[in-house]
Write a protein that binds this ligand. Structure first.
Ligand code: AHR
Length: 497
């Protein structure tokens, strides 16, 4: 069958939550320290210790929500170590990540200041694995209570009179693994207990997030939904795209073969299957879809860059990562009824970063540009888009050659995002625009592509992979035809004339 797409402009499928474009920053490698926090005395331009260039870049992509302090670090983090005068804060070893000194200079006040600067919502992940109920409860009190109480007074003594607003709070992270190696039955009970003391103070309303499964652990999802769904607002899912067959050799971030290109995209597409199957379980216990699914760790995970600390998870980012991001967003859009938030791992210098830094230098990765191009979908209404874009075959296997999604914003502008997974061949997609009642459109587009499968940006050549104006389309009446270059991510804007 020839490639064909039908855009049903009158079939609306609900809002694409802007939080799908969320981020995750852990005390891991050079994400927080160097990547975000350089300290007030740094020669790198900063505001109260936070890098100006990174803040500006993240504001540009309209970062809606930021998860912190972990990750595995969250279940070892004791928040009181990170408040008060910096010179008095505990110095310790980050035992989980790289064995380096953690001086606790970036703590609660600094994180909340960062969120203020970014104008994004904070998503704080509490410690269940090695923390107490009291410790978690007091953190929420410290953050959000404005009345008379020990934690409110402690916050004020540390310079912050007014309480903050905290919308999202996670009760543990990967408690099936680094967060305590628990069984789902045990964690479900702990979740019920800990979340009881995550209180809503004043008019702050906390969205309580339970630790969900790893990848395809459907039993974990079943037990958590059965035992604890009525106590949660959302549950998490973690899924990383690892091209290699083993954790010992995950494959390189650059200099890879075509087979690794294909395998990476094939594995990234598995997100659709995972969300679909987890949603079936969630539907059983929550047919109203009250509980959200939050994919708060996703992205590519490769071998670290040669010569770097293996515990820092520093990797380059290529046009392949841009495809992974585009494919993943199209999948999240498809599941917009259940997926309420997602957080790429991780914002700066760790795993599939949107930003890399080296001293005062900063470079935006191809993944950053996908976030920038796709931000038009934030809080827009999804439009039904049926697509058969043919298959991309490699070595006897096949994946869709094209994936796409569409939305309409408050101004009536329709955006269509399309990914061509084929590393070598263009894809032509004719799109029937239906339901627009003779409305004519002005079309403009942006495309991100590369001249080789590992095309990437470096500090010396930061503009190798950057969005370009896209002109390879025609519109005649309600027939839009798009010619997508090989290995590309494209976003079209259809503005009513
Ligand atoms: O993102 C890196 C790590 O991956 C996180 O700390 C952990 O939650 C996951 O295993």
């Amino acid at each position: 069958m020839a490639n064909r797409a039908v855009l049903n402009t009158d079939l609306r499928r609900g809002t694409i939550n802007r939080n799908i474009y969320g981020h995750f920053s852990e005390h891991l490698g050079r994400c927080i320290y160097e990547g975000i926090w350089v300290g007030e005395d740094s020669p790198i331009p900063n505001t109260n210790g936070i890098r100006n260039d990174v803040v500006q870049a993240l504001k540009q992509i309209k970062i809606p929500v930021l998860r912190w302090p972990g990750g595995c670090f969250a279940d070892e983090y004791h928040w009181k170590d990170g408040i008060g005068p910096k010179e008095n804060r505990k110095r310790m070893i980050n035992t989980h990540w790289g064995g380096v000194v953690e001086n606790n200079h970036f703590g609660t006040h600094e994180f909340m200041m960062l969120c203020d600067m970014l104008e994004c919502e904070p998503y704080i992940n509490g410690n269940v694995g090695s923390g107490t109920v009291q410790e978690m409860s007091e953190w929420v009190e410290y953050l959000t209570f404005g009345g008379v109480s020990p934690m409110s007074e402690l916050r004020q003594a540390n310079g912050r009179k007014e309480p903050w607003k905290v919308a999202y709070f996670g009760v543990g992270n990967e408690n099936w693994g680094c967060g305590g190696n628990m069984r789902p039955e045990y964690y479900a009970d702990l979740y019920r207990r800990y979340q009881t003391y995550v209180r809503n103070y004043d008019d702050n309303k906390i969205h309580r997030i339970a630790c969900g499964p790893n990848v395809d652990d459907y039993n974990w999802m079943e037990v958590l939904m059965r035992e604890a769904s009525r106590f949660m607002d959302s549950i998490t899912l973690h899924y990383y795209t690892v091209p290699g067959a083993t954790w010992e050799d995950k494959g390189p971030a650059t200099g890879f073969e075509t087979s690794e290109w294909f395998t990476t995209l094939e594995k990234a597409l598995r997100m659709d299957e995972l969300i679909t199957k987890h949603s079936v379980i969630m539907d059983k216990y929550d047919p109203e879809k009250r509980v959200g699914l939050i994919v708060d760790e996703w992205g590519t995970w490769y071998n670290v860059e040669p010569g770097t600390n293996p515990g820092f998870l520093y990797q380059q980012n290529t046009i392949r990562d841009a495809l992974v991001a585009g494919l993943t967003f199209n999948i999240f859009h498809k599941h917009n009824e259940r997926v309420q938030m997602a957080n790429i791992a991780q914002t700066v210098n760790v795993l599939q970063s949107v930003i890399l830094t080296e001293g005062e230098k900063m470079v935006l990765t191809p993944t950053y540009h996908v976030f920038d191009m796709f931000k038009v979908h934030q809080d827009a209404e999804r439009i039904d888009l049926e697509l058969d874009g043919g298959n991309y075959r490699y070595d006897g296997r096949e994946i869709p050659a094209v994936t796409a999604s569409a939305s309409i914003n408050a101004d009536g502008v329709i955006h269509i995002s399309l990914c061509n997974t084929n590393h070598a061949e263009k894809s032509v997609v004719p799109v029937d625009i239906r339901g627009s009642k003779g409305q004519s459109f002005e079309v403009a587009g942006t495309v991100l592509s590369g001249d080789r499968i590992d095309a990437h940006n470096t500090f010396d050549a930061p503009d190798t992979v950057v969005p370009q104006p896209f002109h390879s389309f025609t519109l005649e009446g309600d027939q839009l035809t798009v010619e997508l270059p090989p290995m590309s991510v494209t976003v079209l804007a259809l503005t009513p004339k």
